[in-house]
Write a protein that binds this ligand. Structure first.
Ligand SMILES: [Zn+2]
Length: 485
């Protein structure tokens, strides 16, 4: 269900406004148009030339001009899964490797730069340390320089290429810059955000030696505290290259607990809700931990928002929203105020999720199928229309059959379609509803019944307007694919 709010977005300014009470809509009406789009969030717009300012009591964020549809879509109908994810016996070994000593070492080293305030030499020195750390693990590592407000700094990026489909990319990231009341002199930023940085570096240290189906990038951003400059430079360049970033896990402040046990907040926009659900499912399978999912497209205060702005799915993991760490952005944000047990749990949870998404390759299992493609035909009668979807894939050597899975929510809740193994390398899914998008993955089976990892996902979605296509870009070329099999 949807309704048309504005027929033409040209010449108008759009804002998301944080709303504390239902009264807020009435207060905003004299200044423009306001509607509640989700809990605590109002969408506000007005003609550009009106120039009337929104009352300062409101916390607001201007939306970019390229598209506002991602903020307007109806919430995806997430079917909450009772269960966990498909188990991969390498993942428990991976999360067992998380080292408290290494997390403490990393945070201590980062706070000892005195400040990591972007624009200072100390911040660049911290960038050099992060670069060396990742490079010494044996990862392909590079800097992305960028400039902001008359200064310059660098993101640090390391990549582990996927063995099956390297073009599918998952990102774990955190900002390494810091701030305080005397930012150029002293800003230890232990919780904000040496904690998130330690999660990225520790994940890299552990994952480096495990072959994966899909690509993982480990990224530490700079100049977040100045206004998300590093991540927005990164997300823009990724979008310009049309990189297929499937999901982004952003960690910002994950080591302070105001209560025990501290739960972890996972904040998503509507399109990214599957990422929070996958985290909850990964937690059920691998590492039980309390998670609070918050769907809030107006939470734009960390690097995940740069990805949202470019139509990529991302979450922000944070200890508390609103923030409860009393040392936040002060010179007192130091290692001794942190709860390392909590941090360790979050890193384990993050690694479980990242591994579940990128899929460790198990020896002695069939290879993950490649080359999955899909096409569809719509059959129309006077009052009805249905579609048939045809999918095919490359044969896997030694496989005695295949399983085919389908979902209507990309990357979530796959259900097997076949009762007995599919013997050919193609499958027809018939009499499906039109107007609904379907997504598929395939696995290979060997004669002993061992089942491979999931293949890359392909999606078949109905032709929408161009903006819809833009935001669904990450499904491989399925439209107008005239390949036969
Ligand atoms: Zn932060």
């Amino acid at each position: 269900d949807f309704s048309i709010l504005v027929k033409d977005i040209k010449g108008k300014d759009f804002f998301l406004i944080y709303s504390k009470s239902p009264e807020d809509i009435r207060k905003l009406e004299p200044f423009g148009n306001a509607i509640q789009i989700e809990e605590n969030t109002i969408l506000f717009w007005r003609k550009e030339e009106m120039g009337i300012s929104i009352p300062s009591e409101f916390q607001k964020k201007r939306l970019s001009k390229d598209s506002i549809t991602k903020f307007l879509r109806a919430p995806p109908k997430i079917e909450f899964s009772e269960g966990g994810v498909r188990e991969n016996e390498i993942i428990p070994l991976i999360i067992d490797e998380v080292s408290e000593d290494n997390l403490v070492y990393l945070i201590d080293t980062l706070q000892n730069f005195q400040t990591r305030y972007a624009s200072t030499k100390n911040c660049e020195d911290a960038g050099d340390f992060i670069y060396s750390y990742l490079k010494n693990l044996g990862l392909e590592t590079y800097f992305q320089p960028f400039s902001f407000r008359g200064h310059s700094s660098r993101n640090v990026i390391a990549e582990k290429k996927g063995k099956t489909n390297p073009e599918d990319i998952f990102i774990i990231c955190a900002h390494y810059d810091s701030t305080s009341n005397i930012p150029t002199i002293f800003a230890p930023g232990a919780d904000d955000n040496a904690s998130g940085t330690s999660a990225v570096l520790e994940s890299a240290r552990i994952l480096v030696k495990y072959p994966l189906d899909f690509t993982v990038r480990f990224i530490c951003f700079s100049a977040e505290e100045w206004g998300l400059y590093g991540s927005s430079a990164y997300a823009s360049s990724a979008r310009d290259k049309n990189e297929k970033i499937v999901g982004v896990l952003n960690f910002d402040m994950i080591a302070y607990s105001d209560k025990l046990p501290e739960d972890l907040e996972i904040i998503v926009n509507q399109n990214s809700e599957w990422l929070a659900e996958r985290t909850i499912q990964a937690s059920k399978t691998y590492y039980d931990y309390p998670i609070r999912k918050i769907v809030s497209s107006s939470f734009l205060y960390s690097d995940h928002a740069s990805f949202w702005q470019k139509g990529y799915d991302a979450f922000c993991a944070i200890e508390d929203n609103p923030i409860r760490n009393p040392y936040y952005h002060t010179t007192y944000d130091t290692l001794n105020t942190l709860n390392i047990d909590f941090l360790k749990s979050v890193v384990k949870l993050g690694l479980a999720t990242l591994s579940d998404l990128s899929q460790p390759i198990r020896p002695d299992y069939p290879e993950t199928p490649k080359g999955l493609r899909a096409k569809y035909v719509v059959y129309k009668s006077l009052f009805n229309s249905v579609k048939n979807i045809y999918i095919s894939w490359n044969r896997v050597e030694g496989a005695m059959g295949y399983n085919v899975y389908r979902t209507t929510i990309s990357h979530l809740n796959y259900k097997r379609l076949n009762l007995t193994p599919v013997l050919n390398n193609f499958f027809e899914d018939k009499n499906l509803k039109t107007g609904i998008s379907y997504y598929y993955v395939v696995t290979a089976l060997d004669s002993s019944g061992k089942e491979s990892n999931y293949s890359q996902e392909v999606g078949v979605f109905e032709k929408g307007n161009s903006e819809d296509k833009f935001f669904l870009f990450y499904s491989p070329k399925v439209l107008n694919d005239d390949k036969n099999f």
